[in-house]
Every structure is written in C-alpha cells, then in structure tokens.
Design a protein around this ligand. Structure first.
Ligand code: 13P
Length: 256
C-alpha cells in the first residue's frame, strides 16, 4: 500500500511572525512551478508566528502544525497551550515529544502519551517523535529504547486513532549535527518501529502509519532516505528555514 510522502518543517524557536510570513510567501512564489503538492507539506512555526502563517498559507495546500500541546483543556498551566487554542488558531498538526522537549523540558513517555490523547481529542494530527541518544545507539540499545518509547507513548490509544498518527524517527545524535543516519541505519530503525506498531495495533494499522525520518535531512540525502521501504517522509529542522532548501528537499524526497 502506497503511503503519501509527508514533509514537515519544524521551525523550532526560529522565525517571528514577519519572518514566518516571508518564508511562506517565498514558498508560494515557487508553487505551481514545482511538484511539492504531490507530498503532504506541513510547517510548524513557534506559537506566536502561527497566526501569521495560517493567514499566509490560505489558498495553498500547505498545512500548519504546532510544536507542542498541553494535555489539559485549560487552566493553571503557565506557559502551556491547549488543543482548543491550537484548533481555533487554524492548526491541523502537532509535534509531540520532540527530543529537545525530552532533553530540556522533562518530557517523558507518560507526558507524550497525555499530549497525544489531547491532540486526538481535538482532532489534530499528531507527529510523535521517538529516537535514541548516541550512547544508547553505541551500547546497542536502539531497538529497546524505541520499543519503550512506542509502548509508553502510544499506551491506551485505539487502533483507529493510531492509524491517524504520524511517527517521526529522530536519532538524537543526528539532529542539528550534520550527521545523518545512513539510509540502511534509518531503514532498520523504521522497520523496527513499524514492527512494534504492528505488534500493538495489528498489521493493517502498521501499514497505514507514516513514519518520517528526522535528523540533518537535506536535499542531498532526502531522495535516498525516502526511497527506503519504511521511510515515508521527513521532519526537517535547519533545511526548512529557507524556501529554496525546503522545496529542493521536497522534490528530492518525491524522487523528482
Ligand atoms: P535538523 O534537520 O536541523 O537536524 O533537525 C531535525 C529535527 O529535530 C526536526 O524536528
């Protein structure tokens, strides 16, 4: 079964509203002259940039995602943002459990699971990140770590909801380092993730779930990575911050 390629730009803490709008205008200027619409294309700006970007993408196929969601509907959670607020702002996707959240902000598999449930409740498409640290890879624990993150992160999720969820495999040692996992290394991890999803939710669901690769993905390596059987797209950091880089990457990922 063919899974549609999905490329999402995680802008992280970059681009104020004016800069975000300018990037979308640059992407739009190239639209119609490229093949980017053959993929699902998502941009995930910081919260205060979301409004300007939602406005700017109107009339295009580009979708907007957020970088986090709180599990509560509202209340005394200073600094957090709810599913209702994101939905009202025009957001359709949300990144959950990025390794930077796990590393710097105390995110755990349990909080990932709670945020995932909130995203599903508000009909947002979750992009759940998993991935091992360098020392975990070097000590042969990659599969064990991925299994733990999947079992914990996707606990008590229905098969129907799982089928809507996107998983991003982001080996932490490859993020922002210029070190990309080789296509073979990435494929092996993606295959393991799909196997674990199949064990929890059945083969049919596992075949539907799209698994993105993230970690120094760029135009020069996107084609070979996305050509792998279990790699269905990318979650892009640095190469999503300039329109030309992002569009080149999308074309390569589509094999054009
Ligand atoms: P880079 O593409 O900058 O390595 O970042 C990847 C990432 O963390 C996307 O979420």
């Amino acid at each position: 079964m063919a899974r549609k390629v999905i490329i999402a730009g995680n802008w992280k803490m970059n681009k104020n509203a004016a800069e975000g709008k300018a990037l979308i205008e640059d992407l739009k200027a190239a639209c119609g002259k490229c093949c980017c619409c053959e993929a699902d294309v998502v941009v995930c700006p910081p919260f205060t940039t979301i409004g300007a970007v939602v406005e700017a993408v109107k009339g295009t196929a580009i979708k907007v995602g957020a970088q986090n969601i709180h599990w509560a509907d509202n209340g005394a959670f200073t600094g957090e943002i709810s599913g209702d607020m994101l939905k009202n702002a025009g957001v359709e996707y949300v990144i959950i459990g990025h390794s930077e959240r796990r590393q710097y902000f105390g995110e755990t598999d349990a909080t990932v699971n709670a945020r995932l449930k909130a995203a599903l409740k508000y009909d947002l498409i979750p992009i759940v990140c998993v991935g091992e640290l360098l020392d975990e890879r070097e000590s042969g624990k990659t599969e064990e770590v991925l299994t733990r993150q999947i079992k914990g992160g996707f606990a008590d999720i229905s098969a129907e909801d799982m089928a809507k969820t996107i998983v991003a495999y982001e080996p932490v040692w490859a993020i922002g380092t210029g070190k990309t996992a080789t296509p073979d290394i990435a494929q092996a991890a993606h295959k393991h993730i799909r196997k674990e999803i199949a064990a929890l939710f059945g083969e049919e669901v596992a075949e539907k779930v799209r698994i993105q690769y993230g970690g120094s993905m760029k135009a020069s390596n996107a084609r070979e990575l996305v050509a792998q059987k279990d790699i269905d797209g990318g979650l892009i950091g640095g190469a999503a911050l300039k329109a030309a880089d992002f569009l080149d990457l999308i074309k390569e990922a589509l094999g054009k």
